[in-house]
Design a protein around this ligand. Structure first.
Ligand SMILES: [Zn+2]
Length: 288
């Protein structure tokens, strides 16, 4: 990241258009120009060749790669590209289309490799709006930037979003950590928050192999402070995995990866095919 202060401030006037994002150092608006992103105070952030920008402040950069590692991103990309979760993408994009107004600015929080962001940005663009995606994992963000040419993709924490207060009309979160206070800060009044969570028996058939006593996911209709629940969309569909590596790719993108006993993982690794049911809930909230 490049943040030469001051000496290039004069070049700001050459900047082409305003970014969705704001400067992570001083909070001012960022302009996108030839050389990357700049604020009026002269803080500069290069645009990587893949098209993303790193807006993680220096004091939040970690020595090791933060966020999802390469193997996890690769597994998730392979699985999502197979189209098995396409019904979820469709449902989410359908809701975004229904709730977005003309010129809506949408932030996909924890956008990962941009599988959902790509669909969302097309819907938003049709309404003359703009889309941003933020994720802590640089590996994931690189893929997202290639996938979503029309969206602005940044390396950033969802807990410290480089966005001005009340600057977006819609926030989406697909299985990403829930930073509800931060989402509320960046949302305009009456802005919408679309939150995708697993249903009670999501991927139950996989859990039956992994665990001696599988548990159901807790299903809650949380009334988050500062938000009003407008509707809940339940979605379930079946799909079949016919290769051991596909089964393991899906496993590696679930939280079970971190908490399954070795014997369970071995049992799963022996499966040649697996029929599964995905169960999702999309919660639609209004900021108040
Ligand atoms: Zn600045």
């Amino acid at each position: 990241m490049d943040r030469r202060r001051g000496k290039e401030a004069a070049d700001v006037k050459d900047a082409k258009r305003e970014s969705i994002f704001s400067c992570p150092v001083c909070g001012e608006a960022l302009m996108i120009g030839e050389g990357g992103y700049r604020c009026a105070s002269g803080h500069c952030f290069d645009r990587a060749k893949e098209g993303y920008v790193n807006l993680l402040p220096a004091n939040r950069q970690h020595a090791s790669t933060p966020g999802d590692d390469k193997e996890m991103v690769r597994a998730r990309t392979a699985f999502l590209d197979s189209g098995r979760y396409a019904p979820l993408k469709e449902a989410l994009c359908g809701l975004a289309a229904r709730y977005a107004g003309e010129g809506t600015v949408l932030l996909d929080a924890g956008c990962g490799e941009g599988y959902y962001t790509e669909g969302l940005s097309r819907v938003i663009e049709e309404k003359g709006g703009r889309t941003g995606g933020a994720d802590l994992s640089k590996t994931a963000v690189k893929k997202a930037a290639k996938r979503c040419r029309e969206a602005e993709i940044a390396v950033a924490s969802v807990y410290h979003l480089p966005l001005a207060e009340g600057s977006v009309e819609m926030v989406t979160d697909c299985f990403s950590p829930l930073a509800k206070e931060e989402y509320r800060r960046v949302l305009k009044d009456s802005g919408r928050f679309l939150y995708v969570v697993p249903g009670a028996r999501h991927l139950w058939e996989m859990k039956e192999i992994l665990y001696d006593k599988p548990y159901e996911n807790e299903v809650r209709e949380e009334a988050y402070e500062g938000f009003r629940l407008l509707e809940t969309v339940n979605l379930d569909f079946g799909f079949r995995l016919e290769k051991a590596e596909e089964i393991m790719a899906l496993f590696r993108m679930t939280p079970y990866t971190w908490k399954t006993p070795k014997e369970g993982v071995e049992r799963l690794a022996e499966q040649k095919e697996l029929g599964l049911r995905a169960e999702f809930r999309i919660l639609v909230y209004e900021r108040r």
